[in-house]
Ligand binder design. Structure first.
Ligand SMILES: [Zn+2]
Length: 130
């Protein structure tokens, strides 16, 4: 079933076939390492493409439900992830957010927001539904 989704992406973007396979392999490797999310900058570096290209590929994977974009709200002082939301509108509702590590409430100035992609389904898990 997941393999079918990967096939859908390949069919929509035939010229990106190699990159699609490389991204699928990257996601598989992340999962094997116990990581269920990753940042686009590392995907770009791994695939040897620009970050814009990596985001385009990730969007294609997101369209098929293989990954989901999310925003991590990070305390600038401690680099701790305080919250994860799935839309930018949710971000505003969160603030100010209490940070246990600084024992204070942080506003936008104390925080950075990082775009990450969560793995929803393993792209090459061909036997998952067999
Ligand atoms: Zn903090």
């Amino acid at each position: 079933m997941q393999f079918q989704k990967l096939g859908n992406i390949r069919a929509k973007h035939p010229r990106l076939r190699k990159l699609i396979d490389d991204l699928a392999a990257y996601i598989e490797a992340q999962l094997a390492n116990g990581a269920d999310k990753f940042v686009p900058a590392l995907v770009a570096r791994h695939l040897g493409v620009s970050e814009a290209q990596a985001l385009g590929l990730l969007a294609a994977f997101e369209d098929e439900g293989l990954v989901r974009s999310a925003y991590e709200v990070v305390c600038k002082g401690t680099s701790t992830v305080l919250a994860t939301v799935h839309s930018k509108s949710q971000l505003a509702e969160l603030l100010p957010i209490h940070c246990e590590f600084c024992d204070s409430d942080h506003g936008a100035d104390d925080l950075s927001v990082e775009l990450v992609f969560e793995v929803v389904a393993a792209p090459a898990q061909r036997n998952a539904f067999a």
